[in-house]
Ligand binder design. Structure first.
Ligand code: FUB
Length: 355
């Protein structure tokens, strides 16, 4: 007969990576979930939706997920994307249009593979598309490509943006016309390989009771092609002003930075990664610090959770993804949207993607 302690042990296969374990669970439960929102497109797999309103229309800049022979592991090798498509949403019908290939890795001189979560910005009639990819030395960097239309095509710069590393760029335009980029991610996102200021193949994390790795941010140059200043840490603090610690996996930053402004406050939101939530923190300026507030989106079907937030015609929307279109395959995701509500005190009402 087993003891109580033995009974409490979860039935976990320790030979599996976290990504494989979640995928097994998701494939088993996918068909039993009742989705609140349908995929915006189903002709291709899409993920990591960064949404903006340009010229009165919603444009979504997602990753383009593809089938891959790569193994599923915690570095995200299974996310072997090689190009980007842009989507737009028709405000009358709510239907989304896929505008086709906007940028392919073969046209990016510095990038070898893994075109992960992108974003875009518009300035003076030009469109700037920001994307992370692995360079030929295996290190993730962030590049920029320029176009004349929100749907591309975009022409990549020769090299990545100097001073950038890691993944998931998000670009925010403040009311004064300044643009800021936020980025970073741990595990596959490699932030833990930059602990001494240069790339180091060894993963090093702060102890559980020490401040977690912070996302990074910097103001962009006037031409939108470079960082205008050295990257700074984005501090996420608790109600006592203390930085969130590495061991606080329910609240600390993992990846998927986003920022929006509501009633003069700056809302920094992000994925908690291995605890699968989209969380947010509020600050008084683009540099932070940001004080942790709560959860925007509960865990979805799939190993990753990644989102954006945009206002369209007086309503706020959350753009997110899950793996429902592939019945739980973690690397074959689909983007969706849901209304998002700030209550009277400015708090965001938590969203659940399933009924
Ligand atoms: O899509 C590849 C990676 O998965 C993204 O860069 C992460 O944010 C996660 O969604």
């Amino acid at each position: 007969m087993s003891t109580n302690d033995e009974k409490k042990q979860p039935d976990i296969d320790v030979t599996l990576s976290d990504a494989e374990r979640i995928q097994q669970e998701d494939v088993a439960r996918a068909k039993s979930l009742d989705e609140k929102n349908a995929p915006l497109v189903s002709n291709i797999y899409t993920a990591d939706p960064s949404a903006h309103v340009f010229n009165g229309k919603i444009y979504i800049y997602p990753s383009h997920d593809v089938e891959s022979e790569q193994e599923t592991n915690d570095d995200g090798d299974q996310f072997a994307m090689h190009d980007y498509h842009v989507l737009s949403v028709d405000s009358d019908t709510g239907e989304a249009t896929d505008h086709g290939v906007a940028l392919d890795v073969k046209d990016v001189p510095w990038a070898e593979k893994q075109m992960w979560a992108p974003d875009a910005a518009c300035k003076d009639g030009k469109y700037y598309f920001y994307f992370p990819a692995r360079a030929y030395d295996g290190i993730f960097r962030i590049g920029v490509a320029v176009g004349d239309s929100p749907t591309g095509p975009f022409k990549a710069e020769e090299n990545y943006m100097e001073g950038t590393y890691s993944i998931d760029p998000a670009v925010f335009e403040d009311d004064d016309g300044s643009y800021y980029m936020y980025w970073g991610g741990i595990w596959g996102g490699q932030l833990q390989n930059w602990h001494n200021g240069e790339f180091n193949a060894e993963d090093v994390y702060p102890a559980d009771d020490k401040p977690a790795y912070a996302p990074l941010m910097a103001k962009l140059s006037d031409d939108m092609l470079e960082l205008a200043e050295a990257p700074k840490d984005v501090l996420i603090i608790d109600e006592n002003g203390q930085e969130l610690n590495t061991g606080d996996t329910d609240r600390r930053f993992f990846e998927a930075s986003w920022i929006h402004k509501h009633n003069g406050k700056y809302y920094f939101s992000y994925s908690t990664g291995d605890t699968h939530k989209i969380a947010y923190a509020i600050g008084d300026n683009p540099y932070g610090p940001f004080t942790y507030q709560g959860v925007i989106l509960n865990p979805v079907l799939g190993w990753t959770n990644h989102h954006s937030i945009a206002k369209f015609e007086d309503k706020w929307y959350l753009f997110y993804h899950d793996s429902s279109l592939s019945d739980g395959q973690t690397h074959l995701r689909c983007v969706k949207m849901s209304e998002l509500v700030h209550d009277e005190s400015g708090k965001i009402i938590t969203i659940d993607a399933y009924k």
